[in-house]
Design a protein around this ligand. Sequence first.
Ligand code: HEC
Ligand code: HEC
Length: 348
Amino acid sequence: MFSRTLFALTLVGIPLAAAAGPDGHALFDEHCAACHGDNHAGGIGLPLTPQMLDGVDDRYLRVTIRKGRPGRVMPSFESLSDAQVEALVVYLRKNSEGRRPRWTAVRAPGDPGRGHRLFVQHCVQCHGADGSGADGTGVTLSRERAFAIMPPALNNPGFLAAASDQMIGYTIRNGRPETPMEPFSQQVLSDSDINDIVAHVRTFQEQPRPALEERVDGDEGPVLVFDSPYDFDTTVGNLVNAIKGNNFRSFPPRTLDQGLTDEFDMNRRQVTLRFCNFRRLYDLMNVDPRLGIVLPCRVTVVERDDGQVQVLAMNMAVIARIFNNDGLTKAFVTMQEVQASIIEEATF
Ligand code: HEC
Ligand code: HEC
C-alpha cells in the first residue's frame, strides 16, 4: 500500500498535458489523492470528509490549496489557475452534506493571555506548545505518537491565512468527527474561553523559512537518465561496486519481468539495483517515519535497441518539491547527490 502511495507521489510532480476544462475530480486524482486518499479518507494528508467540509468555508479551501502549509507536507498549488482551484472546491463540496458555512474575517474578541493558559491545558498535548512543537510533518514531536491522523500545525502561515476566527472557534466547539480532535462542550470551554484560545492561536508567529528553493530548482524531470560508455554487464558491475564503495548496502539485483515492462521495450535487457544507507534512512525517517516508503533507493540499468546502455534513477530533488518541507528537502537533496555520484562513478 505504501509503495503504491509512493508511486502515486512520484507522479504528482509530472505536469499532464493541458486538459480541456478544469475537471475537479481529475484534478483531485492528479494532485491530491496520493496524500488525501482516493476516497478522501486521509493518509499522509488529513481526511477531507463530509464532516470536515461541513466545518470550513470555501475561502478556507481555496487559500489552503493555494498557499499549502509551508514547512509541513501540504504543497502550495500556486500554478493552478483560479478556475482549477474553483473546480477542486466544487468537487470537494459535492461530497459534503450540504452545510456550507459563510464566515467573515471578523476577529473574535478574546484575551490571548488567558487563551494561552487554556491552550496549555487543553491543546498542547496534540498541537504542541507553539502550535507545531517542531519541524516536519508532526510525527516526531515529543508527544503522543499513536495518532492515525496527525494533528495539523496551528502556527502555520498557510493555516493562519486560510482560517477565519469563526472557523477555529467552530472546530474547537464541534471537533472533527471520527478524528482525535474531540468537541469541547460548553461545560469544558465557554464561548468566551474559546474566543480567548482563538486570540492566542492568532499570536503564533510565522516561522521564517530558509531559502532552499534554488537548490532544488531546475528543469529536470522526475527521472534522471545517464548514458553509460560500457556494456550492460560492465555497467551493472560498476554500479554494484560504486554502491558498496559509498557505504550503501545493496540488495540482490532484480530483473524487471513483471509490472513495469509494459512501459519499456520488452526486447531490452534491464535490471534494477536497490540499495540503502542506514544513516540516510535515519535522517529521512527522523523527519517522518512513514518515509521508509521511499527507500531503498533504486537505479535501473537498461540496454536500448541500438545497444546504448543507460542508467535511470528517480530524481529525488523533484520528489522533494512535492513536499512543502525543508527538512525533507534537505534529506532528499543529500540522497540525490550521493545517488548521482554513485552513477557518475559507475558510468565515467
Ligand atoms: C487529542 C488530540 C487533540 C487535542 C487535545 C486537540 N486537537 Fe485540534 N486537532 C487534532 C487533530 C488530529 C486534528 C485534525 C482533524 C482532522 O483530520 O480533521 C485537529 C484539528 C484542529 C484544527 C483544524 C486545523 C486544520 O488545519 O485542520 C484546529 C483549529 C484545532 N484542531 C484546534 C485545537 C484547539 C484550539 C485545541 C484545544 C482547545 C485542540 N485542537 C485540541 C487533535 C487534537
Ligand atoms: C504531499 C501530500 C499532500 C498533497 C499532495 C496534498 N495535501 Fe492537502 N494536506 C496534506 C497534509 C499533511 C495536511 C495537514 C497539514 C498539517 O499537517 O499541518 C493537508 C491539509 C489539507 C487541508 C486542510 C484540512 C483540514 O482538516 O483543515 C485541505 C483542505 C487540503 N489539504 C486539501 C488538499 C487539496 C485539495 C490537494 C490537491 C490540490 C492537496 N491537499 C494535496 C498533505 C497533502
